[in-house]
Write a protein that binds this ligand. Sequence first.
Ligand code: FAD
Ligand code: SIN
Length: 528
Amino acid sequence: MTEANHDVLIIGSGAAGLTAALALAETKRVLVLAKGDLRSGSTAWAQGGIAAVLDAGDTFENHVRDTMVAGAGLNRRETVEFVIERAPAAIARLVDLGVPFNAEGADLHLTREGGHSHRRIVHVDDATGWAVQAALLKAAEENPNVTLLPGRACIDLITGRHGEKFSGDGRVWGAYALDEATGRVEKHLARATVLASGGAGRVYLFSTAPRGATGDGIAMAWRAGARVSNMEMMQFHPTCLYNLEVKNFLITEAVRGEGGHLLHPETGHRFMADYDPERMELAPRDVVARAIDDQIKRFGLDCVHLDISHQPPEFVRGHFPTIYEKLLGLGIDMTRQPIPVVPAQHYTCGGVLVDLDARTDLPGLWGAGECTESGLHGANRLASNSLLECFVFGEAAAKDILARWNELGAPPPIREWDESRVTDSDEEVVIKQTWTEIRRFMWNYVGIVRTTKRLERAAHRIALLRREVHDYYSAFRVTTDLIELRNLIEAADLIVQSALRRHESRGLHYTLDYPETRPEARDTVLVP
Ligand code: FAD
Ligand code: SIN
């Protein structure tokens, strides 16, 4: 057992985790843990960009309204204002860190995405996340107060219950983490812990999210006693590439923002006219994803077409160089041909409940980014508001931790990780089988269009699998796959239980049994 003490422990090296780390490192020693590679989260994969009011013709109020229209009124207005008003400063900090945003003369170039009434997305071509991740990592690597430890899969938060003297309280003092190279479990203690572990997209069979998006942070916080909210609000991106070789490749919403049309692949009909004639392809994501789902099911299609070939080839290549090259490698020339697309899970709107100081229910635990539910996204996230939330809440967490530093106290003696009753697994196949099963029934029963019967079927399967996973976890030494599976089943359960509680259709939660939207918007809050 290795033991390491830092002032602050941060779980996750994406936009949220590194923003918090850099803000804290001015005065504190910070440890950042990441599962796998330091670039393995969604941040590095982000394409479209970051939303911010930077144009003279735009206003904060416009951005607030667009966010709340997309979120179907479930957003908390004070959070929406809090984030949107801080967007220009967040962009300025990224410019200072060296993020090479596209510019037009002295101004940053602004692109457009669905649900936005104005051009307000700053971007680095069509690979914004890669540039942002690189700049944040460079700054963190150069900061002597930041230690970055990749290859660490956190298993559980350490609380007062893990103290040598059992205190029974839920105060968080760090986390147990598996060193993925040695197989040893380490104990990382800190006065403050920030959860920045990303979403739970991989609970679905088709997802644009990276392999490690298994809801670890949400499950860990839930097990430790934190409330979780709005987990039924799973966002499906309308346009993921449909290709038998390459799975999960996103075609950015900016393609529609720059004029792309959605077409029936056989008739060429621009079908958004039948669903949202005013906003067409630039309607919010839930509307567009449901329309595509409807076309696919109604006409028995494999996919629909996204066509931007009516724009000049140099315009397409200039705006979307990464996507253009990727598709060309697959034999699709997007300057001349339509792109076959299907919806896929994309973003986890729900998560660990946090307030405007990024505080969770648990003393000692803060949360930022996709693993949290801050009130920004409501029932459906507006495009490119997610990275923004990471920057604003990463900062907020750091600020609050620093303000409360003198109250935080040092960690008590904590018990070692106990492996005395487990052995190495001789049945790894169980993990793969269960993982596939979960992802398949979540896709089929808890997808874009839901019914109570299907949700109940999913709940029944989760109960059975949960018992099996629990038995497996109690008998065998942990591996990353096992840690993820244990969290995946927890995340699936939280999604299904939340969906069963919402007796209406709102934003991303659409159920045939309750097609109406209730007059009053209410969060679904699950209490452990
Ligand atoms: P992530 O960047 O996902 O990082 C999570 C971190 O937690 C990783 O370092 C991971 O290793 C670590 N971690 C997870 N579990 C554990 C564990 N058990 N132990 C230790 N570490 C752990 N949003 C936008 O605003 N604009 C966009 O253009 C955009 N495009 C997107 C494109 C794609 C393909 C995808 C998938 C998402 C996109 N999003 C976009 C959403 C956005 O990228 C994410 O919501 C955001 O990057 C999340 O950042 P994060 O810091 O919360 O988590
Ligand atoms: C995209 O580029 O379409 C993704 C933007 C986002 O998820 O906000």
